[in-house]
Design a protein around this ligand. Structure first.
Ligand code: ADP
Ligand code: MG
Length: 686
């Protein structure tokens, strides 16, 4: 019977609650960091120098020495040799207990010295009762929460926790060796393993008891995602089947290029979703420059063909404006009105736009998150497209979904990202999402040569810039965004800007940074896009989502400070035209003799590959899933035990088992999810 936890002032319980230890199951799943072997006694005569050992001996002397530092020296004898236990801090009660004649067990590191064996600050118990038969767990804890107290709490939680089996014999789930251990036994074992166990298999989590735990966790994750998916499938959306000879067909015919095979394939996947009366929930991933915008435009055309509105939201004004220009370029000649919404808009213009949107005259609305404000009312929204979805929070994505006017209907949702998600991550964290992938770049792109250059050799880089400019090409120079210090950030960029102006007389060198008014930013961008500016120095890396095919050189200053996917996205700004392009990664080691391990791994990846999927795989390897997914701000419960890099087979099993269990034992499946994630079931909802 569940009892609501009573509020408590007990500081120990508070400390445990802070660690997420509240329910019995939380304690049961709080697994040891490592183990201590107190099951054996080592004879001093057999001991080795430096050995961690437990001895059992009788106290022969106890004195407080004031030599150098005040310390308690307890001499013990186990019949084979003597050992001195040394304590610089101790309680009076301990001193009293360790008097000559007392029988004790002491555990610590044995040091042999001139005066015989010593142990510094060993753990000492009275030698009462039999030796434990299992290894002693050492739990992750926090300051002020003693190990002994936590051990008892875990023991109690484990004994009380409801650990009924979710997977029963005879269930139509595929067999798996990891299911051989019942859950309760697996947990009991992990808390108190038999001394004979290989510590290696406990540490690397390959022991069958660990496998059992991980398969349970993955199962909970897959069930929970399946539930989210089914909940969405139960919702209704307007079907958008398109129309023969409609806008979609006319746009296809009018495009100045042929779609790549990959664009055609993902376009068909999206069209199939849109034709159904359930909301689409699809992620479109494709490397930088793979041509996602036109795929979004074609989806919008299908929506408009059914007489409904489409909204496209981008994370920054410059990105949104770039989409806007591209889309009106394609759609206006076909008679479509597109509205534009952004935070920096003048009131009059904004009012006019709001009217266009509310009346339905604007079939397409492009903008920033300004479009999720209350005042914005759509006439009949049916499709929302979110570019660079990971840069929006859950709330923002949900707000756009709520813009649908008709009660009981949801809009279709297409999310786009240039940061591909490695397959195992997609199968696990994004299991409730359909994924379409553009795995091919439009023809005619030239590979980008990437070079690492020490910042001390900037002069050579300036020389390179001259070379590009003389061929009529343009150059980006990106400075890092140092979030802690916008001032430093700015001075870095302005200094670079000045230096380049001085080094390149007669060349227009522009500067773009985050503190500039939007109008100035736009003016600078426009100059660069038109080719009137040779070099663009920029700090606002996130806004360099622009498309200037004539740019052929990207210089990234302090490249060691950027994340891997960010570097890759920046590099993708060049190599968009026919000219051979290059990316120079300028790095500085600062006061250190060389770059740190992870910085080197990132830069090496950049030089070695240009494939966005390979980059994503390495990024995941370097950062781990927690950080990799961090930007999603989705509150998704991260896996605690399973490791997607090593547990792909467990994940595959969980994917197959989840629907079987949810269909056959819905209550059990629900309990299983609650057991694992408790209140943390905030999965991807948008
Ligand atoms: P991203 O996927 O990074 O958003 P864009 O949609 O901005 O890429 O496309 C990059 C450039 O490639 C644009 O100039 C776009 O018009 C062009 N493009 C897209 N598809 C094709 C194609 N099939 N053939 C030639 N150029 C294309
Ligand atoms: Mg794009």
């Amino acid at each position: 019977m569940a009892v609501a936890p009573t509020p408590t002032r007990n500081p120990l319980q508070k400390a445990m609650a802070k660690m997420g230890l509240v329910r019995d199951i939380d304690f049961a799943l709080h697994l040891p960091l490592r183990y201590e072997d107190e099951t054996r006694i080592v004879r001093l005569a057999d001991a080795r120098e430096g050995q961690w050992a437990q001895i059992e001996a009788t106290v022969t002397a106890s004195e407080v020495s004031l030599r150098q530092r005040r310390q308690l020296l307890v001499t013990v004898d186990d019949g084979t040799d003597t050992c001195t236990l040394r304590f610089f801090s101790y309680y009076p009660a301990q001193q009293k207990a360790w008097q000559p004649g007392a029988r004790v067990r002491a555990r610590g590191e044995l040091k042999g010295g001139f005066l015989g064996w010593t142990m510094m600050h060993p753990t000492v118990h009275a030698a009462a009762g039999p030796l434990p038969t299992a290894l002693t767990p050492v739990y992750p804890t926090v300051a002020g929460l003693p190990q002994a107290y936590l051990r008892k709490a875990v023991q109690g939680g484990l004994a009380r926790a409801e650990l009924s089996e979710t997977v029963a014999v005879g269930d139509a789930v595929p067999p798996h060796a990891a299911l051989a251990w019942p859950l309760r036994e697996a947990l009991q074992f992990l808390h108190h393993p038999a001394p004979a166990v290989s510590l290696q298999t406990l540490e690397d989590h390959s022991h069958p008891a660990w496998q059992r735990l991980k398969i349970e966790e993955l199962l909970a994750q897959q069930i929970s995602q399946l539930q989210a998916r089914r909940a969405r499938d139960a919702l209704a959306a307007p079907a958008l089947p398109g129309r023969a000879g409609g806008l979609h067909a006319r746009l296809m015919a009018a495009l100045p290029f042929r779609l790549t095979a990959a664009q055609q394939r993902v376009g068909a996947e999206i069209a199939q979703d849109l034709a159904r009366p359930q909301p689409m929930h699809r992620l479109l991933q494709g490397d930088v420059g793979s041509g996602k915008t036109v795929v979004a435009a074609l989806a919008a055309a299908l929506c408009i063909d059914s007489g409904r509105q489409c909204a496209l939201m981008a994370p920054t004004e410059i990105l949104a404006e770039q989409h806007f220009r591209k889309l009106i370029g394609w759609l206006e000649p076909l008679g479509i009105t597109t509205a534009w919404l952004t935070g920096s808009q003048k009131t009059r213009e904004r009012r006019a736009m709001l009217a266009l949107i509310a009346s339905g005259e604007a079939a397409l609305v492009v903008g920033t998150h300004a479009m999720i404000q209350d005042k914005v009312q759509f006439s009949n929204l049916a499709l929302t497209v979110i570019d660079e979805q990971h840069r929006f929070g859950v709330a923002q994505r949900l707000a756009l979904r709520d813009k649908m006017a008709e009660a009981g209907l949801e809009p279709h949702l297409l999310m786009m990202t240039a940061t591909p998600i490695p397959r195992t991550l997609a199968m696990s964290y994004y299991a409730d999402l359909e994924v379409s992938t553009i795995d091919e770049l439009p023809p005619g792109r030239t590979p980008i040569v990437t070079r690492l250059v020490n910042a001390a050799r900037r002069d050579e880089v300036v020389e390179r810039i001259r070379g590009q400019l003389s061929q009529g090409r343009q150059v980006y120079w990106v400075c890092p965004l140092i979030e802690e210090s916008e001032a430093l950030d700015l001075s870095n960029a302005t200094a670079t800007h000045e230096a380049l102006q001085a080094a390149l007389p007669g060349v227009e060198v522009g500067l773009l940074h985050s503190r500039m008014p939007v109008a100035d930013k736009k003016a600078v961008m426009a100059q660069f896009v038109q080719g009137a500016m040779g070099v663009l120095v920029s700090t606002t890396v996130i806004e360099v989502g622009v498309d200037v095919p004539n740019a052929s050189l990207m210089v990234i200053e302090h490249a060691e400070r950027f994340g891997l996917s960010q570097l890759h996205q920046l590099r993708g700004r060049v190599g968009r035209g026919a000219a051979a392009s290059a990316c120079v990664l300028l790095y500085a080691t600062g006061d250190a003799p060389r770059l740190g391990e992870t910085a080197r791994a990132r830069l090496r990846a950049m030089v070695e590959t240009q494939d966005g999927f390979e980059i994503a795989r390495r990024d995941l390897e370097i950062r781990g899933p927690g950080e990799f997914l961090g930007a999603r701000q989705s509150g998704a419960a991260l896996l605690r035990f399973a490791d997607l890099a090593t547990d792909a087979d467990l994940l595959a099993w969980a994917r197959e088992a989840a629907p079987v269990l949810l269909d056959r034992h819905p209550a059990l499946a629900q309990r299983h999810v609650a057991r694992w994630f408790g209140t943390r079931t905030e999965y991807l909802k948008a």
